[in-house]
Design a protein. Structure first.
Ligand SMILES: [Mn+2]
Ligand SMILES: [Mn+2]
Ligand SMILES: [Mn+2]
Ligand SMILES: [Mn+2]
Lengths: 218, 218
DNA sequence: ATATTTTTTTAGATAAATCTAAAAAAATAA
DNA sequence: TTATTTTTTTAGATTTATCTAAAAAAATAT
């Protein structure tokens, strides 16, 4: 239906739209896609011709309903494959993104639905990100950044904001994983670092770490 | 490493090499790939530059050792994915080829090895075709076409020569599947059709059918 | 051995996706 | 409000994979 490149642009625009109520700018897309602004302009024209984006010269783009649905479909595939890689093939969560980046472009509706069934219809991927349903609806879950909690608050780790390999490996090394219970024991005013209880151990983590971990509070 | 197109050419040449001891001709490749001879010539030059084929103008091509190993790797992926689709996702054997045709181009050695392990290192795909090992070796199995058997001979169905959807669906409809025991009861001289015993039933099949079914004789 | 047919290659064009450099428009600063 | 800077678009190239039409080479037939 659409080329890998077109699909990657749709996904990028979809993600960027969440942060700007205006149209998404050419430069923002270029940055996200690691490409040049002129290449973006070319692609926007093409996506516009295909009625996937609303594009007016110099005014950025928004996805059309069709564009949104298409983007959600690609994100659905990406995240389902990530679940597969972690749950069935025993990959660790820092290894799957690159591979899912390729698998998301495999075209077969039947494959997606069979994969979804095989995985027992997961609602979230290995990084805690929501998996849209077939019709494009994203499951919601209220979650707070660990850095927002007060001393004494506690919750269960349900997601990461930064999904970089280095961050995920850091979490592994320190025993932090989705499903783990975390309680804030102390906050250091000087640098906003936190002392937390994780299982039966106590851990000190920097503000940067805490501001990339999502918890579901108790 | 290589483009999807390059990989598809390598696979085509690999398959064609089995039938001609000479180099594979440009036209044969064009036929196999459903493309034009001029496109083939262009690609052969490129593959030759990359040392994947031995190409001399007007004399056809053969794969280099490197080309053979690369082709075997793609066939390995194709067939492992077919096993996955049938065994794990419950696809039927007539639906998997098209999807595997895409999946075979996913680039990740680790993925292939994890998939292989997950599937318990299968030696043959859902159509009975051998799955090369990581180093490019194809498992052998002696098999005979059902059409070659004499009256009274019997064997187990281990593969199909024609893998077209229509043939596979015909086999499904008649209860013929890999692993089934078949015995030749009678041969009709006029059209070489066979009367066979399949489980507890008796079936009449045309020569065309019999000449596309591989058995391992008892 | 020459003529004819078939196969293969070359020449030149097209479409997709990218790039650099220059021009145009919009945003910001003076 | 005018000048400067930033953003975006356009113009023109490049690469990859394909095609058609024509030329060249090889194979086949007379
Ligand atoms: Mn992608
Ligand atoms: Mn993810
Ligand atoms: Mn393929
Ligand atoms: Mn197969």
């Amino acid at each position: 239906m659409f080329s890998d490149s077109e699909e990657n642009y749709l996904k990028a625009i979809f993600h960027l739209e969440r942060f700007s109520k205006e149209g998404v700018s050419t430069n923002a897309i270029a940055e996200e896609m690691q490409t040049k602004a002129s290449s973006v302009t070319d692609m926007l024209k093409k996506l516009s011709d295909k009625k996937l984006v609303n594009y007016v010269k110099y005014q950025g783009v928004t996805l059309t309903n069709n564009g949104k649905k298409t983007a959600a479909g690609i994100i659905r595939k990406h995240r389902l494959w990530e679940v597969f890689l972690v749950e069935k093939l025993d990959f660790s969560w820092d290894e799957v993104h690159e591979i899912a980046e390729q698998l998301e472009h495999i075209a077969s509706d039947k494959l997606v639905e069979k994969l979804d069934k095989h995985l027992k219809h997961p609602k979230f991927d290995p990084h805690g990100d929501p998996i849209p349903s077939k019709d494009g609806t994203f499951p919601e879950r209220d979650k707070v950044l660990l850095s927002e909690l007060q001393v004494g608050d506690s919750g269960v780790c349900v997601g990461v904001k930064d999904t970089s390999s280095s961050f995920l490996k850091f979490l592994d090394k320190n025993g932090i994983a989705l499903g783990k219970e975390i309680k804030v024991l102390e906050r250091e005013d000087f640098d906003d670092s936190l002392q937390i209880k994780l299982g039966d151990q106590t851990l000190t983590i920097s503000h940067l770490i805490a501001s990339n971990l999502y918890l579901k509070t108790n």
